[in-house]
Design a protein around this ligand. Structure first.
Ligand code: GSH
Length: 238
């Protein structure tokens, strides 16, 4: 198999990446046992879609975590979700959108807008930027993220409303998971990589917020991510 190089944002706090989308891809590659090399990019400037992760393979540069999975499914002729019915795939896609297109913005708010968390997160997310440029990049990046939050609409809500939305999403995921081992049943599927990328980036980081408290209040979700961690990141599991 030709070489697959994955570009992602820095690792910290025992997570291969502090980006939920990058951790999703890292987890998916482990789940599907796809050999790859990981490269850390200081910023997403060189990425084909201006966002991380992206991969390089056979001279192609593919951006967007879901398009990376679609590309690898095609190129490597493997379908990690082959055990799912079309109805189950539709449900998995809806949960994926809930996590990536809604819950994500609550996580972004907790990291980039909350002053206390921003002070902890800033040196990590900008750790690869030269110290000379860091203050200016921090200012511009934070301004850009605030703009993204209001463009999405999440930023129009009050702090309490944002965390209530996040708690509602987590409750929905918890209720859907119930007492199953994985979201779609007894076997893992690619939606579990999405869930791990995001939930681990809330639970396993020292950034306190009502979002993290809401996640911790669901024992089945905490046991679920621990199950995934034990299975795919055995060195890190407690
Ligand atoms: N839809 C994309 C989203 C990726 C994404 O938002 N990545 C963030 C890091 S978590 C990023 O690179 N943001 C930079 C920016 O928006 O300027 C995917 O699935 O890969």
């Amino acid at each position: 198999m030709s070489r697959i190089v994955v570009h992602h944002l820095p690792s910290a706090w025992d997570l291969p990446s502090i980006s939920p989308f990058c951790l999703k891809i890292d987890c998916y590659l482990r789940m599907a046992s796809i050999q790859h090399e990981s490269v850390i990019d200081a910023a997403p400037f060189g990425a084909p879609k201006g966002k991380l992760p992206y991969i390089e393979h056979n001279g192609n540069r593919i951006g967007d975590s879901s398009q990376i999975i679609e590309y690898l499914t095609r190129e490597l002729d493997l379908d990690f979700d082959r055990h799912l019915t079309s109805r189950e795939r539709a449900i998995a896609r809806s949960i994926q959108r809930l996590i990536e297109e809604n819950l994500y913005w609550v996580l972004v708010y907790a990291r980039w807008v909350e002053e206390g968390n921003w002070r902890i997160f800033r040196p990590i997310v900008l750790g690869g930027i030269s110290p000379l440029l860091r203050p200016v990049i921090a200012l511009l990046a934070r301004r850009g993220v605030r703009k993204q939050l209001s463009g999405h609409g999440m930023g129009a809500h009050s702090r309490d409303e944002i965390y209530a939305i996040g708690a509602g999403d987590l409750k929905a995921i918890s209720e859907f998971l119930g007492d199953r081992d994985f979201l779609m049943g007894e076997n893992p599927s690619s939606i579990d990589a999405t869930a791990y990328g995001f939930l681990a980036n809330i639970a396993y980081v020292p950034l306190e917020s009502p979002l993290k408290a809401a996640l911790i209040s669901h024992p089945n979700l905490m046991a679920y991510i621990e199950r995934l961690r034990t299975r795919y990141y055995p060195v890190l599991a407690n």
